[in-house]
Design a protein around this ligand. Sequence first.
Ligand code: AVJ
Length: 325
Amino acid sequence: MTNSPGDRPSPLEAARPDGEELLADLLQGTREAPYSLSPKYLYDQRGSELFDRICELDAYYPTRTELAILAARGREISAAVGPRALVVELGSGSSNKTQALLDHLEEPAAYVPVDISREHLEAAAARVDAAYPGLEVLPVAADYTRPYSLPTPRTEAARTLLYFPGSTLGNFDLPEAEAFLARQAALAGSGGAMVVGLDLQKDVDVLLRAYDDPEGVTAAFNSNLLHRLRDELGADLDLDGFRHRARYNEDLGCVEMHLESLKDQEIRVAGRAIPFRTGQTIRTERSYKYTLAGFRDLAERAGFRVARVWTDPDGYFSVQFLEAV
Ligand code: AVJ
């Protein structure tokens, strides 16, 4: 992995699903309308590169806003976390987000990146090793959405701190987000804490611009899925017969990405035909936008207390400090 500026949405990218899983999920997700496919399939090599470019777009505010909050509030974050934390990053992270936290912490006990992709994990470990000589780095190869266990550092840790930046939690539907947080609270144990980055609700025009940028990078990112179907599954489809769509789902409070069919057509794959009417879509991602009160309630149901919340001046994004109760 390169030193990308982007968030690394690891449960998603990390799954590295093989063609069989992609085919099975595609057929399952298109058995009946509305069609959908997991966002994890957006992150093959080309998708990850496009995602890194998204993170640098003017229209895509989350990455730079989160980094600005981390930079401005580093000392407060450090004071909340305290010394000798065992820092567990969910996903191997991007170097600048990892550093935005580690630079400020007082004598962290060790750094534990958790990622299903060994390649990304090793790159992250090597990066942190080089940047923080003397800091013990203990990579864990695991899917952090499933049970995993934490290594014991040489130096005794004062607490476990889970670090989950990038609003990756926003890709989980709300019941999944709650169950996920509850498992992390249990894992972190007594005294456990989490620093989590979460995107917030805002003007719908701002949201839609972020997910349908004028440069068309997000459109290319989404349409890359069609290329994968063709190249990896040998699907017979018209790449120009679909367009990228970003929509705000008012009921759920999330932005959705879709691929919308421009005509009546079929995608033929593995001896099957997936029919589309003009305007019919396949949903490829949901990205939840929280309110502070809504997230506080969800965190509490999961066994966390929201102890501190930091936002940017526009209130676009939040970095939150949660303590396990
Ligand atoms: C990596 C899931 C946080 O939802 O904003 C960016 C992914 N999708 N543009 C997000 C994404 C379209 C991103 N997350």
